[in-house]
Design a protein around this ligand. Sequence first.
Ligand code: PXP
Length: 248
Amino acid sequence: MPIHLGVNIDHVVTLRQARYREMLDSPNAEPSVLQAALEAEAAGAHSITVHLRADRRHIQDADVRLLRKEIATKLNLEMGNTPEILAIALDVRPDFVCMVPEHRQEVTTEGGLDVAGQKEVLRDTVSKLQANGTNVSMFIDPDLDQVRASAEIGARMIELHTGTFANHLGAERAKEVARLKAAAELGHSLGLQINAGHGLTTKNIADLFVVPHLAELNIGHHIVSRAVFIGLRTAVKEMLDAITPYRG
Ligand code: PXP
């Protein structure tokens, strides 16, 4: 199966919130989260990813519900493991949930989730979501203990954090690629679907191609940044072209 692209549209909403946070019902409130999703789908995106943060800094509850109703592809909800967000996920029933660590002060998701350190609470959330029809992924660093723990708690997927890969070059990047390869191989052998994301761009993506078994990449900031200059459809197509040569 060709590798899939999930387009994260959080930062389209970051722009809307910068101006309209206090006036979301204004007829001028833009850009539209739904138009962004539909443009990404029209360009060939396989899923639409959004992160409903506890502080609601970008995506709002109404955005998630609107996307659930209107998009034609799959909805992937990124979330921290809190009762409030879990209740929303159980009600909205996204196709996928990606469990992420979340800290109020961070600019973006900084590291992977410590699954091994909180197996019991995560097992409970995973089983509730999966029993409700949502496949769950664990956003983890490429660490073998975290891969094993993700399989042990019953998650069907892992998303390998590629932030360290993306932010380094040369020997340090090569070292991280080796960790990603080992994590992907172990995860696959344990029956997990392997996804990856964070910091990926059309420039660095080819260096990831030696990592086997990748099923889906979730990419946001670079695509939305490119969209400022070339439009969202073209930016999504550009990324699809960049990942198409991947051979698993
Ligand atoms: N995957 C997860 C779990 C994330 O938290 C993020 C950032 O929201 C991404 C992928 C996308 O990262 P980027 O915006 O750097 O492409």
